[in-house]
Design a protein around this ligand. Structure first.
Ligand SMILES: *Cc1c(COP(=O)(O)O)cnc(C)c1O
Length: 396
């Protein structure tokens, strides 16, 4: 037998079944809007948790291009991922166990948020080991009582930081804190935290540890409290186009993530027929339904069963019956709404095509929009559109 050279068949491009489409132009627009709100203060784009599940590297690039000056993340792994992608902007990482190996981050020039003398000691040890001065930022607990240097450790922190800086093993670049009531603009705690941060900065100065940048505001404070700006603001959620304070209505941000899926099957059901597990929904009249390949394993919470609508066939169609692990069914109505298999259904997005917003899901689930966008995953494929030019897909 002879072997024949076979040319590989070119892969047929098929649209993903279920996608989270990330509009990088919307990221850029939102960053520009945040810069307006920030006035003279710089913007640190918070891209923790893989940019709130929007993709850290592309979002960081779009944000920096739109004028964000720095990046903020929680873990060393997140920070190193950005550096490895060739991003040279300042990156601050602020949530670490004290036994972390800080050496790779020191080598990569990651700015390390410090929350206790133990954390400082670990960074000092790593900096000595690699022979590079570590850039650090002290996180002050001004009332959130979560991350940050506790009041009773502040004296030790000042002493140890002073010594480490004098030795040249660390350089203090910044001081920051995080608000407990940022989403309640009039709450007196905001001014208290502002004043405590100012006092902490004064303490640092008295110890010859003057920070170059001081920051406190999250998205909510960035849009509502110019008195909390200091040198830089740290917005996250607003950059993703979602409101940090739903009660205040539209703040001029455009949602970045659109979740959509393509119709797997269209079928008729008869009056009295039950649909999906447990037949929690029965057709009141003959109708047409569509099957969509997105379920609770992909972030459509089961407790949303029968409570959401998807935009399909130019109208809002109710999702009916139980949300399953992999799929949901929607009612197209007796006329089928002109929907065919393969058509796109929008679960949530920026509303430009009549679809719901992530906030609508948050309201139904009695949670915040942050949890909706960070909860999308499973088999959903992340696709980018906008300023990066090309459309690239990778598993989300
Ligand atoms: C997540 C986070 C932010 C961003 O908060 P948003 O409410 O999303 O703007 C800012 N600072 C710290 C310390 C954070 O953990």
């Amino acid at each position: 037998m002879t072997t024949t050279q076979r040319t590989p068949r070119p892969a047929r491009t098929v649209l993903p079944q279920a996608e989270a489409v990330i509009d990088l132009d919307a990221v850029a627009e939102n960053v520009r809007a945040l810069r307006e709100y920030a006035g003279p203060a710089a913007v640190m784009a918070v891209v923790k948790a893989d940019a709130y599940n929007h993709g850290a590297v592309p979002v960081a690039r779009a944000a920096l291009t739109a004028g964000a000056r720095e990046l903020g993340v929680t873990t060393l792994g997140e920070a190193l991922e950005l550096r490895a992608a060739g991003i040279e902007a300042p990156i601050l990482s602020w949530l670490h166990t004290a036994d972390s190996d800080f050496a790779p981050a020191v080598e990569a020039g990651i700015e390390l948020g410090l929350s206790s003398p133990r954390h400082l000691a670990a960074v000092v040890e790593a900096a000595r080991r690699v022979g590079i001065t570590a850039t650090v930022t002290v996180k002050v607990d001004t009332g959130l009582n979560r991350n940050g240097v506790a009041v009773d450790e502040w004296g030790d922190m000042l002493r140890d930081l002073g010594r480490a800086q004098a030795e040249g093993v660390v350089r203090l670049r910044g001081a920051f804190s995080h608000l407990a009531h940022g989403d309640e603009p009039e709450h007196p705690g905001n001014a208290e935290q502002r004043d405590r941060l100012s006092e902490a900065v004064a303490d640092l100065r008295r110890h010859s540890l003057a920070p170059e940048v001081v920051h406190l505001s999250n998205s909510a404070a960035t849009v509502t409290r110019s008195d909390l700006r200091f040198d830089m603001v740290r917005p996250g959620i607003a950059m993703y186009g979602l409101t940090p304070i739903p009660e205040l209505g539209d703040m001029g941000f455009r949602p970045v993530m659109t979740v959509r899926a393509r119709v797997v099957l269209v079928k008729k059901v008869k009056a009295g027929d039950g649909v999906s597990y447990g037949h929690t929904w029965t057709a009141p009249a003959d109708t047409t339904v569509a099957l969509l390949p997105l379920g609770y394993a992909d972030g459509v919470r089961r407790s949303l069963s029968g409570r959401i609508e998807v935009q399909l066939g130019g109208r809002r169609c109710p999702q009916i019956g139980r949300v399953c692990m992999d799929q949901v069914v929607v009612d197209l109505g007796p006329d089928g709404a002109g929907v065919s298999e393969g058509d796109e259904a929008l679960f949530f997005g920026d509303g430009r095509h009549g679809e719901p917003n992530a906030q609508d899901w948050a309201d139904k689930l009695d949670t915040i929009n942050y949890e909706i966008v960070t909860g999308i995953g499973g088999r959903t494929v992340r696709t980018y559109v906008g300023s990066e030019g090309s459309v690239t897909a990778c598993p989300s």
